[in-house]
Design a protein around this ligand. Sequence first.
Ligand code: SAH
Length: 377
Amino acid sequence: MLKCTQAKRCGGCAYIDQGYEASLKAKNAYLQKLYKPLHIKIHPIICMEDPYHYRNKAIIAFNSQYQPGLYEESSHRIIPYTACLLHDEKIDEVIQTIGMIFKKYHVSLYDPRAHKGEIRHVVLRRGVVTHEIMVTLVSTSDVFKGAKNFAKELVKKNPEVKTIILNINKRRTPIVLGEKEKILYGKGYIVDELCGLSFKISSQSFYQINHDQCERLYQHALSSMSQHQIIVDTYCGIGTIGMIAAKKAKQVFGVELNGDAIQDAQINKAYNQIKNIRFFKDDATKWMQRMVAEDLKVDAIIMDPPRTGSTPEFIAAVKQMKPAEIIYISCNPETQVRDLKHFKNDYTCQEIYAFDMFPFTKHVESVVLLTHRKDKP
Ligand code: SAH
């Protein structure tokens, strides 16, 4: 069992002191209690063989001595650290280099209390298969003085850094990223591989943070599904699961609200030469309602909403559409249980599988397959 050696803990890992076995036991007990009212089989959580260093993304801030730090949970306090047990180790290596370069050039750091200074955060993402790293500097300023030298030194020390982006966030807000961006180095994105396909990831787009568990989750979700003609992937992000599902279908439609993610999805479609998928930038509920009005015939729906879950209107539209199968993937079992109750009269659900996507934190990812009731017309 590894121990977090950081003097002051950030509070991100609820279970790091108890160890992995104890964390799984606690998560299983939580799932048993939560899904019990649904009277379905609750499988033990699918765990990781090596539960450390799984995070392919990190959001870092620097203190006035240029020490990299993590935010203490639910606060603005920066807890200095050198190595996090959850982060990809290469990410932590690169962040140390960035701290050194910032110090050397006396880079202006942002002070949230005074709303002064420039660099607010540094966001790092790593393609676990390709080893490509993206560095996003989040700044209050449109200009990063010395960008060329910074890029040169960083890439020299860490050649895995393939792109550096300046993200401009002038607002007084805890939201990390602003909307405007400039590419300081490279192409502005990295590529990673998931379930045999390649995906382009930009700084703004959603990408699962635990690569290996994500593959297992997708493989499980899609293997539980029958062969289908038309599949809709709702809340599709950069189109990962929809493109993997396209092998099983005649046609796939993907729907997503975030415009950057949709742009990535379009590029990913071309990149992987997938012809039978189309993406729509829209609110999932509104899109579904429109498709019901247009009488679109759908055989299966994949839904993977954010933590807030789906909406009653979305579920009503699904019920009108009557797909034979629904795969509901959730990063918040509480909203999943709430939503599943609305499907009860029209769909049967036999079992729930949970994946330990975020070891040592309180979070779990769950998947259920819903099948249309035979007795329902
Ligand atoms: N299925 C994807 C993404 C799941 S995360 C994957 O596995 O990678 C949830 C996604 O829902 C995010 O990409 C988010 O931008 C999107 N989203 C949030 N609210 C939405 C809405 N109202 N309509 C459509 N998409 C939404």
